[in-house]
Ligand binder design. Sequence first.
Ligand code: GLY
Length: 398
Amino acid sequence: MKRLFLLPFYLLPVLLITGLPVTGMAQSADKIGNEFTAAISQFQLLSKNLPPDKLAQYSDHGQVKACGPGSWVAGFYPGSLFYLYSETKNSWTLEEGLRRVKLMEPEQYNTGTHDLGFMMYCSYGNLYKIKPGEAVKQVLVNSATSLSKRFNPAVGCIRSWGKISDTTEFRVIIDNMMNLELLFWAAKATGNRQFYDIAVKHANTTMQQHFRPDYSSYHVVVYNPKTGAVIKKQTAQGASDASAWARGQAWGLYGFTMCYRETKDRKYLRQAQHIASFILNNPNLPKDKIPYWDFNAPGIPNTDRDASAGAIMASALIELSSYVDKKLSATYLNAAKEMLNSLSGPAYKAAPGQNGGFLLMHSVGSHPANAEVDVALSYADYYYIEALKRLKDAGGRL
Ligand code: GLY
């Protein structure tokens, strides 16, 4: 029996764009809902493969690697569980998420990493969305304060790698755009404008220095920490200094879309659109729209895909589709749906009970370091679930 949905009025424009009939909505919700149910079963297996004091890092063809709470990927497993709780109200997801996120509490004072946004906003931030409370809010505000300590006004950025005290080199990676969401949140939660100003300054400097004329981005920009002068532009995880590392393009797309949401400054929207255009019109983007690990990887088409980049891009494109005109919106949504249809098919999604309990196969951590190549990654699963949720919330269907 088909169920009818009561639609919030703000979804009507999306319906007009996608041309979805209401009965299609019911099917849509069911198919995406099935993905959430299947994800819970997988994570119940993953939970058994993890020691109680650890979090999920990756699975190499079923061999699960756990990580400690200080890893940059620590927050994705609890964050995924909180997303699943918000969609299903399955009590195990909340209990398991709370057990795992508790391990991360000391990280709120960690000033040794720029990844605190990933770590704390994807975990505690998602918890706050489903169970707002003073204690969780305080963890997030403390995390934003710790992250802000890595900001250098001479450079106009938050330092990515290295010690705050390093006076020789100041490295910033494109990934760091993602950590700004925590600062935007903290500015709203506390009324402290400094968090907002740091985020905006970092975004502006990155927009100026990280991008090439074709709107692909460098992975790493190295600055002089005293003067802010650029020393060099290079890669760490990409194929070469001049190449377009796929996940880096995804972080940029997501980061500038999020900056537009938080500031309504149209220069960020334009930047996100240019990045989307680089990705979607790239001759090396495969037919199934899941990128190779680098758009300029040697050996294309005989090289690895990066499902994590595809999941991040899909999630970002769904959000971006809500900020643009009807024609572009349809382009972005259709591309995101193609990505999600690929990821939810047998080429990328693990069979039930396989993959150590991770959802997606075929991601790449760092090809140059030969680390985590063609594995399942916790952040691929996180952004896959987020993208499905965003598609469902937008009234779309798989
Ligand atoms: N932030 C590290 C990565 O994307 O691999």
